[in-house]
Design a protein around this ligand. Structure first.
Ligand SMILES: Cc1cc2nc3c(=O)[nH]c(=O)nc-3n(C[C@H](O)[C@H](O)[C@H](O)COP(=O)(O)OP(=O)(O)OC[C@H]3O[C@@H](n4cnc5c(N)ncnc54)[C@H](O)[C@@H]3O)c2cc1C
Length: 588
């Protein structure tokens, strides 16, 4: 079978916000950069981000400070976020947002013509004081505006795109350095070897490990699977965010902006229950907190509907102008997916898998790290990661709403900057890729193309998703998780024996789904094993059997390797401009 070989300065796997921001930095510096994306770039999941992007601009309140933003992010992360990286992100947020504005991103405007900013969960003034309006928005379609702006800028700066190419595996030399990737052109079935001095993984999230999720079908954790198979670790994979307001049944997201604009949650007694749990920030407490409260309402019999399995998001008291101008997308989604007109009746919602806080461990320049023999961080040469697939870690155990669009542009850019300086220091070409390395990277495709007998991909995926949903949801216990893990291990074995019913060479989406499933199951295993191991409650990881945070034993990142081995890394408490924020109890 013919294999195309091409070489670039930099390869970026992923055409979402993180990949495109990194590509822009590099192509503007005249580097030859190729973006490989399994979907057309503007169809990446970033396009569906609704609520906004955080930056301490103070346009609504007249005052804000990046240090307050830093504090909120650290507290929101339940102290598992790395303080050097959080400092860098919050400090650079205003610059990142103005940069997008100057590129032409169509933000909504306030009365003074400045960028419109709304309230979002867990965001305060004066280190935990009153709510602040920090979330910059383009109505409720901020990701759409952002992604299209970045795509247009990349076209202008001549980034080379390989759309609808699927990256299969990393190519490594004997020292584990990454020298490129193997990919497949979905349309023709042709394999391509892409070599470069630097490879960036920007493959986004993996919410498809759960049965009900706000994530796109394409969020299958491919970059994470590639990293595990390269014998490198993943970090904090037990930390999955459940968003409080997924549409019942469909999982489609109703943005937190709906509560930022004045909406609130009610139970079957029409009670605004968040006032009881979090008297200070109420419905705008952090997402992990609100999701847990909704689940308690449902469990204690105050859920809505004949099965008492959901709560309601009330928006009908809001001014029609707010709904039409600030939340037009939500109005349309509620009508389509819940059959409800939110100006007249509340929307049925339930906590839904939304975001992966863990991922590929990197330093704050986006360089992928592994532990050396002494247990210290060591950079993997040639490999970078940015965006939702990376664990820098700015979100720790729980992400603040509207901090991910920020993460992807700030760290997309910083990966670009780091690669430019590394290319300038080291003019050596990457070592040539050998036949044996190509063969190693093609193994999975060869197996799938040859196998005659085996199980169906779609069926196994559903089995895995249901296990994750039932055993590793909002509340966790040893017993339920251990049982889930046994079932998951059985699915893992079966995934090694899938068979394709479509044997065609061209546009074989079943082949792609089979490859995706092999990544999903690895991500699910990492999440399950680490969730079972972490015997405490922190951020999104809520254990009924260990209800408290245990800083003595668990104030650390957890690592997982493909052979099941686990490890740990310390949390970075060394910001450079301010004193570290010491650990304290989280209260909203
Ligand atoms: C419904 C929804 C609403 C959200 N709203 C907000 C919000 O308002 N504010 C906020 O801050 N965050 C929000 N988030 C989170 C945020 O949008 C995402 O975390 C972020 O956009 C991820 O960007 P990314 O570039 O890392 O990945 P993505 O945008 O998911 O892009 C991943 C890219 O990788 C490519 N890819 C993946 N695997 C392969 C492969 N094997 N080969 C080739 N290409 C591959 C895909 O084609 C795609 O181009 C929201 C998320 C969801 C799901």
């Amino acid at each position: 079978m013919p294999i195309q070989q091409q070489s670039f300065d930099v390869i970026i796997v992923g055409g979402g916000g993180a990949g495109l921001r990194a590509a822009l930095q590099l192509s503007q510096a005249n580097k030859r950069v190729a973006v490989i994306s399994k979907v057309f770039p503007t169809r990446s999941h970033t396009v569906s981000a609704q609520g906004g992007i955080n930056a301490a601009l103070g346009n609504t309140d007249g005052r804000d400070d990046w240090r307050w933003h830093m504090y909120d992010t650290i507290v929101g992360s339940d102290y598992l976020g790395d303080q050097d990286a959080i400092e860098y992100m919050c400090q650079h947020a205003p610059e990142a947002v103005y940069e997008l504005e100057h590129m032409g991103m169509p933000f909504s405007r306030n009365q003074q013509g400045k960028i419109y900013q709304r309230a979002f969960g867990g965001q305060t003034q004066d280190f935990g004081g009153d709510l602040v309006h920090r979330t910059c928005a383009a109505a409720d379609r901020t990701g759409h505006a952002l992604l299209h702006t970045l795509y247009q800028q990349n076209i202008k700066s001549k980034t080379i795109f390989f759309s609808e190419w699927y990256a299969v595996d990393l190519i490594q030399d004997e020292q584990q350095n990454v020298t490129g990737v193997l990919a497949i052109d979905i349309a023709s079935g042709t394999l391509g070897v892409f070599s470069a001095q630097a490879t960036v993984l920007a493959t986004g999230g993996a919410g498809q490990i759960f049965y009900t999720t706000t994530n796109a079908y394409t969020n299958t954790g491919d970059g994470l699977g590639m990293v595990l198979r390269a014998n490198l670790p993943l970090q904090d994979m037990e930390m999955w965010q459940f968003h409080p307001t997924g549409v019942l049944g469909a999982g489609v997201l109703i943005t937190e902006a709906a509560r930022g604009e004045g909406g609130y949650l009610i139970n079957n007694k029409n009670e605004r229950y968040m006032e009881r749990y979090a008297p200070h920030l109420k419905d705008l407490s952090c997402r992990d907190v609100v999701s847990r409260c909704s689940m308690i309402e449902i469990r204690e019999g105050r859920g809505v509907g004949s099965e008492g399995d959901h709560v309601l998001l009330k928006l009908d008291h809001l001014d029609a102008k707010v709904l039409n101008e600030k939340l037009p997308g939500i109005v349309a989604l509620a009508k389509t997916f819940a059959g409800v007109d939110p100006s007249k009746e509340p929307i049925p919602v339930t906590p839904t898998c939304h975001y992966m806080m863990g991922g590929i461990p990197t330093d704050r320049f986006g360089q992928v790290v592994k532990l050396n023999a002494q247990g210290e961080d060591e950079c993997v040469r040639g490999l970078y990661a940015a965006g939702e697939c990376a664990s820098v870690s700015v979100h720790g155990a729980n992400r603040l709403g509207a901090n991910s669009l920020l993460d992807i542009v700030v760290f997309g850019r910083s990966v670009g900057v780091a690669i430019i300086s590394s290319l300038e220091q080291n003019k050596q070409q990457a070592s040539p890729i050998t036949e044996a390395q190509i063969e190693a990277a093609s193994q999975r495709i060869l197996r799938l193309r040859k196998t005659q007998e085996g199980e169906q991909v779609a069926h196994l995926r559903t089995v895995m998703q249901k296990i994750m949903q039932e055993h590793f949801g909002v509340f966790r216990t040893e017993e339920v998780m251990a049982e889930g893990l046994v079932q998951l291990k059985a699915v893992y074995q079966r995934v090694g024996h899938t068979k394709l019913s479509d044997t065609s060479q061209t546009f074989n989406t079943e082949l792609i789904e089979a490859l995706e499933l092999e990544n999903l199951i690895l991500v699910a295993m990492a999440s399950a094993e680490l969730a079972l191991a972490r015997q405490e409650s922190r951020g999104a990881h809520a254990r009924i059997d260990f209800p408290n945070r245990d800083d003595e034993n668990w104030f650390k990142h957890s690592l997982y390797y493909i052979d099941g081995k686990q490890g740990q890394r310390p949390v970075n408490m060394r910001p450079s401009m301010v004193d570290p924020f010491p650990l304290k109890e989280r209260k909203y």
